[in-house]
Design a protein around this ligand. Structure first.
Ligand code: SF4
Length: 215
C-alpha cells in the first residue's frame, strides 16, 4: 500500500506528548482559510511512498520515541492508505517495548470521522478533529483554533492527553526544521507568530523566498 507523504521529521516536540515522530501526509481537499500548510494541499502522486518505507524510517529512529503525530495535509483523504499505515504502526510500536501513542489530526468533524472512519479511530490514541478557523485562533494545547477539540480515545490517550483537553497552548508552539534547501515550521503558530518570525529574520538580513503559509 502506498501513501502520499509531504514530510517526516524527528524529533517533534510541539505536536503532542514528549519526543515524537511527525508524519505529514500530502493532499488536503478541505482548504481552510488561513491554513499554514498550503504546500500540503495538492494530492501529488509523485509524493507516494510505500507504507513499509515509513515504518523502516521509524525503525531507524532513536529508541526514545514517545509517539507518532499524523497530520498534513488531511490524513483521512487517503482512508485505505491511512488504515494500512495505522495497522503497520501498531505492529511497529508493539516491538518498541515502550508506550508510543498515535495522535491524528483531521479537518473533518468528530461526528464525520465517527460516521465514516470508525476503524481508523479505533487505531488512534487521540485525535484532533475539525477545520482550522482563523477567527477562532489560537486554540488549546496542541490545537490551532478554539473550535478544535482534543479527544483521547484509549487508556494511553487519556493518560497523556486528558490534562491537555482544557489547557491553553503553551509558550513553545513552533520548532524549525530544514532539509538543506528549505526551512520549514513544525507546530501550530498563534496569530502573528509567523509574521513576527519573518520580521525578526528580516532584521538579520534573512528574507523568505516563498512561504507556504500566505495565500
Ligand atoms: S488546516 Fe489542515 S484540514 Fe485545514 S486546509 Fe490546512 S491541511 Fe487541510
Amino acid at each position: 500500500m502506498r501513501i502520499r507523504v509531504n514530510r517526516v521529521h524527528y524529533p517533534v516536540v510541539v505536536l503532542g506528548y514528549g519526543r515524537r515522530a511527525g508524519l505529514w501526509v500530502q493532499g488536503c481537499g478541505i482548504g481552510c482559510a488561513g491554513c499554514v500548510a498550503r504546500d500540503t494541499w495538492a494530492a501529488d502522486p509523485a509524493t507516494e511512498v510505500e507504507v513499509g518505507a515509513v515504518v523502516d524510517w521509524l525503525r531507524r529512529l532513536p529508541s526514545d520515541v514517545d509517539g507518532v503525530t499524523i497530520s498534513g495535509g488531511e490524513p483521512f483523504d487517503q482512508p485505505d492508505a491511512l488504515l494500512a499505515l495505522l495497522r503497520a504502526l501498531h505492529a511497529w510500536r508493539a516491538g518498541t517495548g515502550r508506550p508510543v501513542d498515535l495522535l491524528g489530526y483531521s479537518g473533518r468533524s468528530l461526528t464525520a470521522l465517527r460516521a465514516r472512519f470508525a476503524p481508523h479511530l479505533e487505531l488512534l490514541d487521540a485525535v484532533v478533529p475539525g477545520p482550522y478557523v482563523a477567527a477562532e485562533a489560537p486554540g488549546g494545547m496542541w490545537r490551532g483554533s478554539a473550535n478544535q477539540d482534543l479527544v483521547p480515545l484509549t487508556a494511553l490517550g487519556h493518560e497523556r492527553y486528558d490534562a491537555d483537553v482544557d489547557r491553553p497552548a503553551g509558550p513553545t508552539r513552533m520548532q524549525l526544521g530544514t532539509d538543506g534547501e528549505r526551512v520549514y515550521h513544525i507546530g501550530i503558530p498563534a496569530p502573528g507568530d509567523l509574521e513576527a518570525l519573518e520580521a525578526a529574520l528580516a532584521r538579520r538580513g534573512l528574507v523568505y523566498g516563498e512561504v507556504s503559509w500566505r495565500s
